[in-house]
Design a protein. Structure first.
Length: 136
């Protein structure tokens, strides 16, 4: 069998770089969230009084750790071509997009940058996320 008889899988598009970018960003953000959680655990015994209605730092720490682990796993999953990871990444990008729209007046430049990046990541993951499987 010659090489021209082998079915061609196609070349990845330029959007593959944005898909990998999304995975790397998720991985970094996940690690940072875990570090924030560990910091909250370390500071949980330092306050003398907690105002009414605010969560204890231990609970905040657990929330950061769980969120960080999910985001880091999604980042690795996006770079590996897993569908569940793409869905988690898209969900968090949409959440980030809506949050930055809601708080646009507070920081218009930063919100604009994040909104554009969120849109690019959502587009790249939704339409070109499968291309990562082709390069494994």
């Amino acid at each position: 069998m010659t090489s021209h008889n082998v079915p061609h899988r196609g070349f990845p598009t330029r959007w593959l770089g944005w898909v990998i970018f999304a995975g790397v960003v998720l991985l970094i953000v996940g690690v940072v969230q875990v570090i924030y959680g560990i910091t909250a655990f370390a500071r949980s015994g330092n306050s003398l009084a907690t105002p009414v209605g605010t969560p204890a730092l231990v609970h905040v720490g657990w929330a950061y750790v769980v969120l960080g682990v999910v985001l880091a796993a999604a980042g690795v999953g996006v770079m590996s071509g897993w569908m569940w990871a793409r869905m988690v990444a898209i969900a968090f990008a949409v959440l980030s997009l809506l949050t930055n729209i809601a708080f646009f007046l507070g920081s218009p430049v930063w919100s604009s940058i994040v909104i554009v990046l969120d849109l690019i990541v959502i587009y790249a993951l939704a339409l070109h996320g499968k291309e990562v499987r082709g390069i494994r």
